[in-house]
Design a protein around this ligand. Structure first.
Ligand code: COA
Ligand code: AMP
Length: 622
């Protein structure tokens, strides 16, 4: 582990030097004098006196260096049959123009812009345009229903929302505009203006005085220059699921983010200028932010924006077709996508249809990579399959196999080793360190490295309560796991109520809040159960209020979750039960329910209030 080990140790021994060196790969309008501001623990800031513009780093810098004609963005839409390549000069021109349009609509530095977009180039352009004028974007995954979009609008309080008339799923066209209208209607802090990209598959009506057509604002817009902002100013807010129904607004700064992502592209993904990198995710998730939009562009690579699915658009060869067509050097997706492909193409016949000679690595993250899926992908592709572990909060990998530093041996089931700046520790609940092989709570000693969340949007108290209070001096990841004797980390799953459905992060608490809102429901519990393709899916157990009718209630509750959270939550099974197992202090024993549902042998918890309730539930859970 020579190269990696020395680099990692250097990052912990002298973080100041390590990250100042890394900062030299980024263009600053004012180069920082120091890396870390640690004067206000547990709040840390990176590059406190640095000044830069992230959009200028992603676009202008490459054009200025004579790479204007190099491809920046390849849009491949399997659902509409469209392909278009934007050079760096073209992407810069459209971005600078949309930045001008936003400014003309009254968006200033520090103002928020919510994006509710399908996977179209305008989504990337709008994000970069916000960065250009120092506005803070908050991109909301298009699968979220109006209620969730409204909650994010109310928290971010945007001046403008950018959306599209529709999104296209394999079997249907999704009316984004109807969802946007419902969300704006429901929100207490509606935006002044909505900019709408009209798509020919389902054009929409515009509300006079509020809505404007993307093409119209672009026609009259002047291009604007990048606005230098402080390294510590927010670049974006990305909402993610916590353990309660209220989403957490993860804040990303400008300076630390640019430095960390630039470092990660070269050292983890082995990608630089001229390489083609494809993150098959969605711009609404953190993988989309970091590795569809910012990471590849920061290093002058070509990024692929794919509108489609791994299967069904039109076949399980879709990923290999895109990888072959554009000479993709590294593909990054979620294990669930590989499981979906494998289910339809178990022998890899579609893999062999395409020339994948340019493809060097398959990177997987977003959920646990089960050894079976790892083995299958390795066998079919015959390239290193690299698991890496991270979260919306960190923005880049906490643990990985840094292919640009050293090709460490891969161990199935492990995302390998901690990345620079992440002092990862596995702790017992009482805070004592776990020995190698001993499972505990995975924590990271503060400060976290650049690029990670400095706080939650407008809520320092929740930031501290969620991540920093459990083990003072450490960031609580919410995942459990262990180190083996070789220092490889094994991440075994969440220790809280966050679940992962097809790589999409959801909170069982949020689903419970929706179920509890039904007038017939007295109480409920949602747990995650295993699913062969999606990894996990939610399952709900509800107790009715006295006198309430239960006949078609499960169907009503399934529909309620689809309407209020989104169809991607995939709640399909709701059981009406007589009672839920609780402790004597009234806490529902969700962990015990989960263990029984997973077929584990569970002893009767000593704190249980009524053992008969659990006995009665066992056959339903199994
Ligand atoms: N906008 C609107 N609706 C969306 C959506 C979006 N962006 N994405 C998904 N949905 C809806 C689908 O239309 C579907 O609705 P339905 O129940 O009415 O049919 C529902 O959400 C579930 O869709 P999906 O999660 O795509 O499940 P699936 O069973 O159709 O396909 C997979 C399974 C594995 C192919 C698919 O989940 C997938 O591509 N997963 C990879 C996800 C990923 O990339 N995650 C993040 C990576 S880091
Ligand atoms: P998200 O914030 O949506 O990226 O989800 C983060 C969560 O997904 C983590 O806390 C883990 O529970 C899970 N996760 C992501 N990547 C991995 C991985 N490589 N191995 C295991 N779990 C993962």
């Amino acid at each position: 582990m020579g190269g990696y080990r020395a680099l990692y140790q250097a990052s912990l021994d002298d973080p100041e030097r390590f990250w100042m060196d890394a900062a030299r790969e980024v263009s600053w309008t004012r180069f920082p004098h120091r890396a870390l501001d640690d004067t206000r623990p547990p709040y840390y800031r990176w590059f406190p006196d640095g000044e830069l513009n992230t959009c200028a780093n992603a676009l202008d810098r490459h054009v200025d260096h004579g790479r204007g004609e190099a491809p920046a963005l390849i849009y491949d839409s399997a659902v509409t049959g469209t392909q278009r390549t934007y050079s760096y000069a073209e992407l810069l021109d459209e971005t600078a123009r949309f930045a001008g349009a936003l400014r003309a609509l009254g968006v200033g530095t520090g103002d928020r812009v919510v994006l509710y977009m399908p996977m179209i180039p305008e989504a990337v352009i709008a994000m970069l345009a916000c960065a250009r004028i120092g506005a803070v974007h908050s991109t909301v995954f298009g699968g979220f229903a109006p209620h969730e979009l409204a909650a994010r609008i109310d928290d971010a309080r945007p001046t403008v929302v950018v959306s599209a008339s529709c999104g296209i799923e394999p079997s249907k066209v999704i009316d984004y505009k109807a969802m946007l209208d419902a969300a704006v209607e429901a929100s207490e802090h509606p935006p002044r203006t909505c900019v709408i990209v009209q798509r020919e598959q389902l054009p929409c009506g515009l509300i006079p005085g509020r809505d404007v057509d993307w093409n119209d604002v672009m026609k009259d817009a002047e291009t604007v220059d990048p606005v230098p902002v402080s390294a510590t100013d927010p670049l974006y807010v990305l909402y993610t699921s916590g353990t309660t129904g209220k989403p957490k607004g993860v804040v990303r700064d400008n300076g630390g983010h640019a430095v960390a992502l630039t470092w990660s592209m070269r050292h983890i993904y082995d990608i630089g200028a001229g390489d083609v990198f494809w993150a098959a995710s969605d711009v609404g998730w953190v993988v989309g932010h970091s590795y569809i939009v910012y990471g590849p562009l920061l290093v002058g690579a070509t990024t692929v924006l794919y509108e489609g699915k791994p299967v069904g658009t039109p076949d399980p060869g879709a990923f290999w077709r895109v990888a072959a067509d554009y000479g993709v050097k590294a593909l990054f997706t979620a294990p669930t996508a590989i499981r979906a492909i494998r289910r339809e193409d178990p022998d890899g016949a579609w893999v062999r249809e395409y020339d994948l000679s340019e493809l060097r690595h398959l990177f997987l993250a977003g959920e646990r990579l089960d050894p079976d899926t790892y083995e299958w992908a390795t066998r079919q592709l015959d390239i290193p399959v690299i698991d890496h572990w991270w979260q919306t909060e960190t923005g880049w990998a906490i643990a990985a196999n840094p292919r640009g530093v050293e090709a460490l041996a891969v161990k199935a089931g492990s995302p390998s080793v901690p990345m620079p700046g992440y002092d990862v520790r596995v702790l017992h609940p009482d805070g004592d360190p776990c020995a190698a092989g001993e499972e505990g709570v995975i924590c990271i000693r503060l400060p976290l490295p650049p690029g990670t969340l400095p706080t939650l949007w407008g809520d320092d108290a929740r930031f501290q309560a969620s991540y920093l209070c459990e083990h003072p001096g450490y960031y609580l990841t919410g995942d459990g796991g262990y180190f083996d004797d070789d220092g490889y980390l094994f991440v075994m799953g969440r220790i809280d109520d966050v679940i992962n459905v097809a790589g999409h992060r959801l909170s069982t608490g949020a689903i419970e809040a929706v179920l509890a809102g039904h007038p017939a429901v007295a109480e409920c519990a949602v747990i995650a159960v295993g699913d062969a393709v999606k990894g996990q899916v939610p399952r709900a157990f509800v107790v009715l209020k006295a006198g309430a009718e239960g006949d078609d209630l499960p169907a009503q509750l399934v529909q309620r979750v689809r309407d209020e959270i989104g169809t991607f939550a995939c709640l399909r099974q709701v059981d009406v039960v007589a009672a839920l197992p609780k402790t004597r202090s009234g806490k529902i024993l969700r962990k015990t329910m989960r263990q029984i549902a997973h077929g584990e042998d569970v002893a009767m918890p000593s704190t249980i209030e009524d053992p008969d309730v659990l006995h009665a539930l066992r056959p339903v859970l199994r």
